[in-house]
Design a binder for this molecule. Structure first.
Ligand SMILES: Nc1ncnc2c1ncn2[C@@H]1O[C@H](COP(=O)(O)OP(=O)(O)O)[C@@H](O)[C@H]1O
Ligand SMILES: [Mg+2]
Length: 340
């Protein structure tokens, strides 16, 4: 997709001029990071972390949760796929529909469509009917056969949590790009398909949430590599154009730390005679290429999207754990404090 950045935050894509909303309210620049962080999270109550699979959405969601909780904010993390990675990053067992504590000040829960529907029906005095519907498979027919119905049930629950102020900060670990777009598009589709009744009301209220930048914003995540950057730019325009959702800063995750490497000739002289000279020189070549690649991709992203970037580094460990989330949270806090 050809997208070009123009002056004053406007962007042309496929011949249409789009206005990308500013990512955060201008922060009052005080000395403490905590104040900047509070401002950052106060820009919207719900933050939806989205992006291509494997770029670090779940990791960034966990790190953002720590950043917010350390600034004294209560945090609720919502997983919409029922996967074990998110609680695993806090060293906790898989989440259920009921809230669980993930870390001090951080609660988490898995919002499944079935549980959300069951709860909706129970709240409307239909608990017994709900049970029968699940047992007889009626729910499968109704909820799974209508496009967008599963998504609207999940989004409806998120909307309710946002409305009732379930936490100062609600972080949603969204599905991967392709599904994230259809997930966030579901209320518009249903508004067209269902003209009245509770599903229509739910779709309308969810759309109100998604299009109100004070209540909700999307934080897109990517790695500083060609394909994830392309996909992020596509997703950003799709979300802006089709849904009118506010985009916050981009989470650019997994940059290799900058190394002060000698030039190629000096490097060869330095390692001459060592048995591992070949491997060391190869490693140096790899790191130089990687540094150039990630700088190029970060610049390309900045040129394609007028959004600020929050950068986090690649962690050289076999599997990320709570200590890594902690370190990434520190990097994010510093990056948030640098936002303008
Ligand atoms: N900054 C990082 N450094 C090293 N590994 C990372 C980093 N961020 C994510 N990962 C790893 O990359 C993989 C994908 O991350 P994850 O957060 O699960 O992505 P997503 O939720 O977008 O699919 C996981 O194995 C995770 O541990
Ligand atoms: Mg994930």
């Amino acid at each position: 997709m050809a997208a070009t950045a123009a002056a004053n935050g406007k962007v042309r894509v496929r011949g249409v001029e789009l206005m990308l909303l500013p990512s955060v309210a201008p922060a009052s620049r005080l000395d403490q990071d905590a104040v900047d962080i509070t401002d950052f999270f106060a820009a919207s109550r719900a933050h939806i972390v989205a992006g291509k699979g494997g770029v670090g959405k779940t990791t960034m969601t966990a790190a953002l949760a720590l950043v917010a909780s350390r600034a004294g904010l209560s945090v609720l993390v919502l997983d919409v796929e029922g996967r074990p990675e998110l609680p695993g990053l806090f060293g906790r067992p898989p989440l259920g529909f009921a809230e669980a504590t993930l870390a001090p000040g951080v609660r988490g829960r898995w919002i499944s469509a079935d549980d959300a529907l069951m709860e909706y029906l129970a709240d409307h005095g239909l608990r017994r009917l709900a049970r029968t519907m699940f047992e007889t498979g009626v729910v499968d027919v109704l909820a799974r056969a209508t496009p967008g119905m599963q998504d609207i049930l999940v989004l409806g629950k998120i909307k309710q949590l946002e409305r009732t102020g379930a936490a100062d900060v609600i972080l949603v670990d969204a599905p991967a790009s392709g599904h994230a777009i259809s997930f966030l598009r579901s209320p518009r589709g249903l508004l067209d398909a269902v003209r009245r009744g509770p599903v229509h009301t739910q779709a309308r209220e969810v759309l109100e949430l998604l299009t109100d930048g004070h209540r909700c914003q999307v934080l897109l995540a990517a790695l500083p590599e060609e394909t994830p950057v392309n996909e992020l730019v596509e997703t950003a325009f799709s979300l802006e154009e089709d849904i009118g959702i506010k985009l916050g800063p981009v989470l650019l995750n997994g940059s290799y730390p900058q190394l002060d490497l000698p030039g190629e000739d000096d490097a060869a002289a330095l390692v001459a005679g060592r048995p591992d000279a070949g491997a060391l020189l190869e490693a140096a070549v790899f790191r130089r290429r990687r540094a150039a690649l990630q700088a190029r991709q970060a610049d390309r992203l900045a040129a394609a999207l007028p959004l600020q970037q929050l950068r986090t580094s690649f962690r050289f460990v076999p599997a990320l754990g709570p200590d890594d989330v902690d370190a990434l949270a520190g990097e994010l806090a510093d990056a948030i404090a640098e936002l303008t």
